[in-house]
Design a protein around this ligand. Structure first.
Ligand SMILES: *[C@@H]1O[C@H](CO)[C@@H](O)[C@H](O)[C@H]1NC(C)=O
Ligand SMILES: *[C@@H]1O[C@H](CO)[C@@H](O)[C@H](O)[C@H]1NC(C)=O
Ligand SMILES: *[C@@H]1O[C@H](CO)[C@@H](O)[C@H](O)[C@H]1NC(C)=O
Ligand SMILES: *[C@@H]1O[C@H](CO)[C@@H](O)[C@H](O)[C@H]1NC(C)=O
Length: 437
C-alpha cells in the first residue's frame, strides 16, 4: 500500500500536469449569451463583454433562436472564441434595420470586431443550427439598396480563425477582415442566392473580402451569392484562397485598384482549386486609369468554370459604367502588373445572345464590353507599358453554342507572349500557352 502509492505518485503528478496543459483551452471561462423570447439579445451580451474580453468563450447555445436586433460591436479581444451554435436572427423588419444603419452610431457592420489577438469565430457543424439569418430576400425583392447593413467585419485581428460559420441570406457584404493578419477562414458557407435571380437580385452580397490583409489562408469555403466570391484589395499580401466553390457571383477578384490616383500595393496572391458556377466572371482584375503602384505575383490556377460569361477578365481601364461615361483622367498612368498568371482553366462559357445577369440595371449594362462576341474566354484590356509578364496557360474552354472561343487583346499594348495570339478574334494558344510551366 505504502510502497505502491510512493511509486505511483510521481507518475500521477506527471499525468496531472500533462492533462492540465492539454486542458488549457477549457480553462477559458464561458459566457453563455442569455436569450429572452421576443426581446433583443444584444444588450445583455454587450453588458457582459467587458468581463469576457480575454481568455473566454462566448457561446450562443444550440437550441436557442437569438434575436440580434441591434448590432454587436466587440471590444478588443484576446484569446477569445465566439461560438455560434444557436440560430441568430437580424430584425425581420427592414425599416428597423435601415434606421439603425442610418444612425450616426452604427459601427458599419452588424457584427464588428475592433481588434485583438487569437480570436476565433466558430459556427456549428450541425446543419440545422448555427445559421445567421439576415432575411435578405425581402430586400432583394424590393430592390432596396438604401441603408443596407454590412455583415461581419473581423477587423484588426491577429491570429484569427473563422470556421464553420453559416450565413443565410445576408442583406449585402458578408465577411471582411480589414487590417487583420494571419487569418485562417475555412469551412464556411454563405448562402446568398435569391429565390428569383433575374428579378430580385442579391446585390453586393460579396463573400470574403481580404481587404488589405496579410497572411490569409481561406479554404474549403462554399459561397453562393451575387457579387465577388472573394476580393483582394489594396495593401493585401500573402493571400491564399483555395479548394472552394463559388456560385452565382462576380468571381475571384483583385481590385479595384488605383481609384483616384491611389498607389496600390498587392503582392503574393494565389487562388487555386476553385469551382466557379453560374458566374459573370471567374478570374478578374480591375484597376483604374490614373492609378499607381504595383500588383505583383498573382496567380489563379486550377479553375473549373461552369456557365460563366467572362472566365478571365483583366481591365486596367476600369470605371463605374453605371455612373456614366468613362471619366477623363489627365494622369496617364496605371497600376503596374508583374507576374500575373492564369493556369489550368477548364470549363464552358455562357455565350447565349440573350445573356442577362440580374445586376444589369442600366443600358448598356455595367459589364458590357464593346466589341465582345460573348465567346471571350480571355479579355486582356491592358494599359500601355504597365504590364510585365502576364500569361494564360492551359486554358481549355468550350462555349455553350459550340462555336469557337475568342479573346480580346490589343497587341500594340503588350508585346510579350501572353500564352495566346493577342488579337480581337479566335482563341489561339501559343506554345507557351500550351506547354509553358
Ligand atoms: C489570459 O491568459 C494569459 C495566459 O494564461 C495570461 O497571461 C493573461 O494575464 C490572461 N489575461 C487576463 C486578462 O486574465
Ligand atoms: C436555423 O436557421 C436556418 C436559416 O434560417 C433555418 O434553415 C433552420 O431551420 C434554423 N434552425 C432551426 C432549428 O430552426
Ligand atoms: C508568390 O505568392 C505565393 C502566394 O502567396 C507565395 O507562396 C510565393 O512565395 C510568392 N512568390 C514570390 C516569388 O514572391
Ligand atoms: C490598341 O491600343 C492602342 C494604344 O493604346 C490604341 O491606339 C488602339 O486604338 C487600340 N486598338 C484597339 C483595336 O482597341
Amino acid at each position: 500500500m505504502m510502497l505502491s502509492s510512493l511509486l505511483l505518485s510521481p507518475v500521477l503528478l506527471a499525468f496531472s500536469a500533462a492533462s492540465a496543459a492539454l486542458a488549457a483551452p477549457s480553462a477559458l471561462k464561458t459566457f453563455t449569451v442569455p436569450h429572452v423570447d421576443g426581446q433583443d439579445d444584444t444588450p445583455a451580451l454587450l453588458a457582459a463583454l467587458p468581463d469576457y474580453a480575454s481568455n473566454s468563450t462566448i457561446l450562443f447555445k444550440q437550441g436557442v433562436h437569438y434575436n440580434i436586433w441591434t448590432p454587436i460591436k466587440f471590444p478588443v479581444l484576446n484569446n477569445v472564441e465566439i461560438r455560434i451554435e444557436g440560430n441568430l436572427s437580424y430584425p425581420e423588419d427592414m425599416a428597423t434595420v435601415q434606421a439603425i444603419v442610418a444612425s450616426s452610431t452604427f459601427p458599419g457592420h452588424w457584427f464588428t470586431f475592433t481588434g485583438g489577438d487569437k480570436v476565433s469565430l466558430i459556427g456549428s457543424t450541425n446543419p440545422k443550427w448555427g445559421w445567421v439569418d439576415a432575411h435578405g430576400q425581402q430586400w432583394w425583392n424590393k430592390h432596396e439598396l438604401t441603408n443596407r447593413p454590412h455583415g461581419w467585419n473581423f477587423a484588426k485581428i491577429s491570429n484569427g480563425v473563422i470556421r464553420n460559420m453559416k450565413l443565410w441570406k445576408p442583406v449585402a457584404w458578408s465577411f471582411s477582415a480589414s487590417g487583420s493578419t494571419n487569418l485562417h477562414a475555412h469551412d464556411n458557407w454563405i448562402y446568398a442566392l435569391s429565390d428569383d435571380m433575374d428579378n430580385a437580385f442579391p446585390f453586393n452580397t460579396d463573400g470574403f473580402s481580404a481587404g488589405g490583409g496579410t497572411d490569409f489562408l481561406l479554404e474549403n469555403n462554399h459561397i453562393q451569392n451575387g457579387d465577388d466570391c472573394m476580393t483582394v484589395g489594396n495593401g493585401a499580401k500573402n493571400i491564399v484562397f483555395r479548394n472552394s466553390r463559388c456560385e452565382g457571383g462576380h468571381g475571384l477578384s483583385i481590385g479595384s485598384l488605383g481609384k483616384g490616383g491611389q498607389v496600390a500595393d498587392v503582392q503574393n496572391v494565389l487562388i487555386e482549386n476553385v469551382e466557379m458556377k453560374n458566374a459573370l466572371y471567374a478570374a478578374r482584375f480591375k484597376s483604374w486609369t490614373g492609378g499607381k503602384g504595383l500588383a505583383r505575383n498573382i496567380t489563379w490556377r486550377n479553375i473549373k468554370f461552369d456557365n460563366v460569361r467572362f472566365p478571365i477578365y483583366v481591365t486596367q481601364n476600369y470605371w463605374d459604367q453605371n455612373l456614366g461615361p468613362k471619366p477623363e483622367v489627365a494622369d496617364v498612368t496605371n497600376t503596374q502588373i508583374q507576374d500575373m498568371f492564369f493556369e489550368n482553366f477548364v470549363g464552358n462559357i455562357n455565350d447565349s445572345p440573350t445573356f442577362f445577369e440580374g445586376t444589369c440595371v442600366s443600358d448598356p449594362c455595367w459589364y458590357y464590353v464593346p466589341g465582345a462576341t460573348g465567346r471571350e474566354v480571355i479579355i486582356f484590356d491592358l494599359y500601355p507599358e504597365t504590364v510585365k509578364d502576364i500569361v494564360a496557360r492551359r486554358i481549355v474552354p468550350v462555349t455553350q453554342s459550340w462555336k469557337p472561343a475568342t479573346v480580346m487583346c490589343n497587341s500594340t499594348v503588350i508585346s510579350t507572349d501572353v500564352g495566346f495570339k493577342c488579337q480581337n478574334g479566335l482563341f489561339v494558344p501559343t506554345l507557351a500557352g500550351l506547354f509553358g510551366h
